[in-house]
Design a protein around this ligand. Structure first.
Ligand SMILES: Nc1ncnc2c1ncn2[C@@H]1O[C@H](COP(=O)(O)OP(=O)(O)OP(=O)(O)O)[C@@H](O)[C@H]1O
Ligand SMILES: [Mg+2]
Length: 246
């Protein structure tokens, strides 16, 4: 009984395995639909890779869709951050990876709509048949550029319903400029969590900043503004500075 309770508690939140980050944001609640926004190079991928590694380390079966890497380069990228996923997680099937060469495609409205349907269908299959508990999509931008607003909202709403029904976590990264402002506000409101990444020039050094805009289901008060650098030994290395006025 004691063990079951403990397991249930642990599985209510995905710990990233990065102690300082977990202490400051408390992990990613389960279930949740998370939207990770930020410009190119701001750290979205490194963050979701950190979450992926944390989820796997907790024993959660995880699927990673990448539009940025091949499967091989994704695994190399994880290893480059000291996230040792190849053995045992990838080889045991706990981590599955799907690469979509989105840049090579000439996107049309029809293709964008089909791709959103496909992504939703695949997510359902991955959860129902392959028992995935965490789905990461890095990144969804290409699928949204040419899609109609109603289709995008429909996609996020259906995904949110599925997340709640199956008690899983789905984490999507996006370049915010691919959506118009009003639509972005509506998409954020469907999501349980929203984190904004940015790059800040602090004079002597360039740092990256993550700002937790929303974290529904978080168990405690979280630190909403966190400065970090990307370090091959740590992944996200949290900086011990206050960014209250940054
Ligand atoms: N293994 C690594 N060692 C050192 N720096 C790294 C490593 N992996 C990534 N970085 C750096 O981390 C920073 C953030 O990269 P990241 O890929 O997370 O950005 P992003 O927000 O996903 O960008 P994009 O929208 O272009 O995909 C970049 O400057 C990148 O060079
Ligand atoms: Mg990226």
């Amino acid at each position: 009984m004691m063990t079951e309770t403990t397991t249930a508690e642990v599985k209510n939140v995905i710990k990233t395995g990065n102690e300082e980050l977990d202490r400051r944001i408390g992990g990613i609640p389960v279930p949740s639909l998370m939207l990770i926004e930020g410009p190119s190079g701001s750290g979205k991928s490194v963050f979701v890779q950190q979450v992926c590694y944390g989820a796997l380390s907790m024993g959660l079966r995880t699927h990673y869709f990448t539009t940025e890497n091949t499967i091989t380069s994704f695994l190399e990228q994880m290893e480059s951050l000291n996230f040792t996923v190849m053995n045992p997680h990838y080889l045991s099937g706990a981590l599955t990876v799907h690469s979509i060469n989105a840049k090579a495609v000439e996107w049309t409205r029809e293709l964008a709509h089909t791709s959103l349907d496909f992504m939703l269908m695949l997510t359902k299959e991955l959860v129902e048949r392959l028992k995935r508990e965490v789905i990461i999509v890095d990144n969804i931008s290409h699928f949204l550029v040419m899609a109609d607003e109603f289709k995008i909202l429909d996609f996020f709403t259906n995904l949110k319903d599925f997340v709640d029904e199956k008690k899983i976590s789905v984490i999507l990264t996006v370049h915010p400029h691919v959506l118009n402002k009003d639509l972005l506000v509506r998409v954020r409101s469907v999501c349980d969590g929203n984190i904004h990444f940015s790059i800040k020039d602090m004079g002597e050094q360039v740092i990256r900043v993550l700002k937790v805009m929303k974290m529904r289901g978080a168990s405690k008060k979280i630190d909403s503004l966190i400065g970090f650098v990307v370090d091959p030994a740590f992944g996200l290395k949290i900086l011990p500075i206050s960014l209250a006025k940054a």
